[in-house]
Structure formats: structure tokens, C-alpha cells
Design a protein around this ligand. Structure first.
Ligand SMILES: [Zn+2]
Length: 345
């Protein structure tokens, strides 16, 4: 059985919209003069390996690599992992400005890597606000292995316009991974956000700005409802609610994490991945606690969120520390057995 990293990205600078980081000036500097900018960071600020700025510089460097360079680095640094699920990203409809490369060209780049023999599986980012969502999916159907949802970009997972996507999921045995953590620079920036939120079937969290309001789209309550309505499809709430929600869970407070774990317990087709949550000893304690809750131990999936995880650690340390902390047996369970069940392999 293959050991699989269920959640990775090969996002390059060509795939991000103009206002991605929220700071236009910084982003344009990075876009236009990335190398001198990173060198200046490296030279001017005497930080050690673990400093935030150093990690940030590393992330900026990653953004400026090609998909192939990123994949080679990922494979080289992921000891003991056989396959990688590449989650594509379509930022063209989030109201954050222009994206240099079309989503179709991004897809073609990743498909080429697959055809060249790289051990990858491709997750198609389905955004119902993109008029090409279904046509592109059908065009490249035979290369696709699953669906990625990024609801923070302004839609609910039970959006009627996704029905055709779910029909293709049933036809092809695809599973769905949905970003499930509250606040993020990647969110819907449009002025009509309140109108879109009216489509909610549940109560809303108050928010002062788009970033806070958009969190509603990614709330696990909506994914749970979608999984309940589509019992033939497996759904994964990515990031287990995110680090902050996991910390709330550990303090016995109401949290997205609690709702996700309850849903894993209640619904056969509901899973979660631990990507980008491994940042402290406290998180490892959480994994041990969750992995040993036997009723849901088969619902936890290994994912790294490469290269976005570089904000918290060096990737090789990320994989190796996790193996050390939870033990090889549990690592293989979440990265192989559980993943195979989730992906219906
Ligand atoms: Zn991700």
C-alpha cells in the first residue's frame, strides 16, 4: 500500500492573484524583484533559521520556483512518502485582482508532470463562480483524481452549481478535499459578499470585514451538511479546523475542530487531514489524543500542505518529526490505510 501525502501544492507566482498577501506594495515588490528582495531580506536581517522572516523568505522563494522545481524539492524532502496529491488552485474569481497564468495552463503544467511519470494525483479546484468550472473539468476528466474546494473564495459546498461536479465525483469515484480553517489571506474580496452569505442554510458568524465574513463559507457545518446529502462521496475537512481551533479544542472550548471530529464520528463519508497544523508540541499531543480515540482513528489523513507549511517548519523536519512523535505505525496508518479508504483506491 502506498504512503500518500494527501495535501500538497505546487503554487507558483504565476498562480496567485495580485492582492494575495493583502499588502499590494510588498506583493508587487515580490512579483517584480523577487530575487533582490529575498537577498535583501537575507542580507539585511540577521535572523537564524527559525525566524519568521527567514521562513517567509523561504516561502517567497518557493513561490518563485516552477511547479517542477517545487515537486522535485517536495519528493527529495519527503522521506518514506510514495505519492503526492497536488491540490490545484484557481484564484481568478476571488476578487483579488488578475492571476498571471490561466487556470487551464496551470492544470496543463501539472498534467504534464503526471504524464512524465511523477508520482502525483491531481485534485481539480472546483470554483462554481468560474464559468469554465464544469467544461474544464470534463475536458481533463481522465487526468483528475479528486476535487478540491476552497469555499473561503465565496461559495458554500452545497452550492447548486456544484451538483454537476458531485455527479462526476460519483461517476469517477473521486473524493473531495475542502479547506476548513477560519481566516486566511485567500478569501473572497468582492463587495457582494453579504449577498452570497445569504445562501447559508445555517446561522452566520459576525464579521467586520471580508476576511472575517468569508470564514463562514469554510465553516465545517456546511461541509457536514454536504456530506450528509452526498453519501456516495467522501469529504475531507482539511487542516482539522486549523491550529487555533485545535488549541481551543484542547482547552475544552467550542471549536471547529470539535465539530469536525464529531462529524468524522457520525458520518461514514467524513474525514479530516492534519495538514499545516503541526507547529508545536501541543499539536502533537492533540494528534496522539485524536489518533487514540479509536472511533475516529480511521478518519485522520496525513497531509503536509507543502509548501505553505514552510511558514511553520522546514518540510523534511515536518515529515520526520511527525513520524517520531506519533510513531511509524500510526504514521503509516494515517498516510496509507486511511488515505486509501478515503480515496477509494
Ligand atoms: Zn492547502
Amino acid at each position: 500500500m502506498q504512503v500518500i501525502d494527501i495535501h500538497t501544492h505546487l503554487i507558483t507566482v504565476l498562480n496567485v492573484c495580485k492582492h494575495y498577501l493583502g499588502i499590494n506594495f510588498l506583493q508587487s515588490l515580490i512579483n517584480k524583484h523577487s530575487l533582490p528582495f529575498v537577498l535583501a531580506l537575507d542580507n539585511l536581517i540577521p535572523f537564524t533559521k527559525k525566524d519568521t522572516l527567514s521562513r517567509y523568505a523561504d516561502m517567497i522563494r518557493s513561490e518563485n520556483k516552477t511547479a517542477k522545481q517545487l515537486l522535485n524539492k517536495l519528493i527529495a524532502e519527503s522521506q518514506g512518502v510514495d505519492e503526492f496529491c497536488i491540490l490545484t488552485i484557481n484564484m481568478q474569481n476571488m476578487g483579488g485582482g488578475k492571476v498571471p497564468q490561466s487556470f487551464e495552463d496551470q492544470l496543463k503544467d501539472v498534467i504534464k508532470l503526471k504524464l512524465d511519470g511523477y508520482p502525483i494525483r491531481i485534485f481539480y479546484h472546483a470554483d462554481p463562480n468560474d464559468h469554465q468550472c464544469i467544461s474544464l473539468l470534463k475536458k481533463y476528466e481522465k487526468f483528475i483524481d479528486g476535487i478540491k474546494l476552497y469555499c473561503l473564495m465565496g461559495y458554500f459546498p452545497y452550492d447548486k452549481r456544484l451538483d454537476d461536479v458531485y455527479a462526476l465525483c460519483v461517476k469517477n469515484n473521486w473524493s473531495v478535499i475542502s479547506h476548513c480553517a477560519p481566516e486566511n489571506p485567500t478569501h473572497y474580496r468582492g463587495r457582494d459578499i453579504d449577498k452570497r452569505l445569504k445562501e447559508s442554510r445555517f446561522g452566520l458568524i459576525e464579521g467586520k470585514n471580508n476576511r472575517q465574513k468569508a470564514a463562514n463559507f469554510a465553516h465545517p457545518i456546511h461541509l457536514k451538511e454536504t456530506a450528509r446529502l452526498n453519501t456516495n462521496i467522501n469529504f475531507c475537512a482539511a487542516h482539522c479546523g486549523g491550529y487555533d481551533e485545535i488549541m481551543k479544542f484542547l482547552d475544552d472550548k467550542q471549536s471547529w475542530t470539535r465539530l469536525i471530529l464529531d462529524s468524522c464520528n457520525m458520518l461514514d463519508n467524513f474525514y479530516t487531514d492534519i495538514s499545516c497544523t503541526i507547529a508545536s508540541q501541543k499539536a502533537y499531543d492533540f494528534f496522539r489524543k485524536v489518533l487514540f480515540m479509536t472511533n475516529i482513528s480511521n478518519k485522520i489523513l496525513y497531509g503536509s500542505d507543502y509548501w505553505l507549511n514552510l511558514g511553520t517548519n522546514v518540510h523534511s523536519a515536518y515529515v520526520n518529526d511527525l513520524k517520531k512523535e506519533i510513531g511509524l505505525q500510526d504514521f503509516v496508518k494515517i498516510a496509507s490505510q486511511n488515505t486509501s479508504n478515503f480515496m477509494k483506491l
